[in-house]
Design a protein around this ligand. Structure first.
Ligand SMILES: Cc1cc2nc3c(=O)[nH]c(=O)nc-3n(C[C@H](O)[C@H](O)[C@H](O)COP(=O)(O)O)c2cc1C
Length: 221
């Protein structure tokens, strides 16, 4: 593949950023992110704080939940879940996605209807991940920018979902919704890609089985 060197970085041809994202206050932004990600994790005195730092244990225990308890989710946990999304890789680091944190109880009810009447969408924490291809500043055709934006938004939601699990919470990923209805409710022209509903589970369940790894993987020589 052809490549291009800019400074000390090498990019595949055509992939080199057209614009560098604003980096004037990189340090401050990264410090804030680090602070949120690390807060409460080491030597926490709060008994309610559950943090599993073993990534593979988190992955192996995750199970979707559609019944949440009424226990409110602590703000620090919500901050961490959102910060986790911000650590996900994005195309060109342009972060082609936005998160809408739905707090309004009335609008949550409207969201249930917009999501094919799935009642559990009315959950303690609702995060709507939207694509924002206009942030992706590559000189590529529109369809490529859209493809990047959906991947950015999806990956970010996946990071948040794992973070929620690590914090002793559970979640359900919602992909079945009427895009326009959701956009009307949250008042945006950005198209949603997924909705993450999070809370404390009413009960802990075993993870669902998967197909055999051998069937999943196709080795190419
Ligand atoms: C792209 C996608 C769309 C989904 N959409 C919905 C949905 O609209 N409603 C729902 O109840 N679950 C939805 N789910 C959750 C899946 O049903 C669930 O992840 C799957 O059954 C596997 O279970 P697990 O998450 O416990 O491993 C969706 C998951 C994904 C990845």
């Amino acid at each position: 593949m052809d490549s291009k060197k800019i400074g000390d970085r090498i990019y595949p041809q055509g992939y080199e950023p057209q614009e560098t994202p604003d980096s004037s206050d990189d340090d401050v932004r990264n410090q804030l992110l680090d602070f949120i990600l690390h807060s409460g994790s080491i030597g926490s005195t709060k008994p309610s704080e559950v943090i599993d730092t073993d990534l593979f244990a988190v992955m192996s225990k995750r199970r979707s939940t559609r019944k949440f308890s009424d226990k409110p989710v602590e703000t620090i946990k919500i901050d961490k879940i959102i910060a986790a999304a911000d650590t996900a890789p994005t195309a060109g680091n342009y972060q082609g996605f936005e998160i809408f944190y739905m707090k309004s109880p009335e609008k949550k009810k409207l969201l249930v209807e917009a999501c094919n009447n799935q009642p559990y969408v009315n959950s303690p924490v609702v995060l709507i991940f939207c694509k924002n291809p206009s942030r992706v500043k590559f000189d590529f055709p529109d369809y490529v920018l859209k493809k990047f934006a959906i991947q950015d938004a999806t990956l970010a939601a996946g990071y948040s979902q794992l973070a929620a699990q690590a914090l002793g919470l559970s979640s359900i990923w919602i992909g079945m919704f009427n895009e326009q209805k959701v956009m009307d409710i949250i008042e945006t022209d950005l198209v949603p890609s997924s909705i993450l509903c999070i809370g404390y589970p009413e009960q802990t369940k075993f993870p669902k089985p998967r197909r055999n790894l051998k069937e999943l993987v196709h080795v190419v020589w």
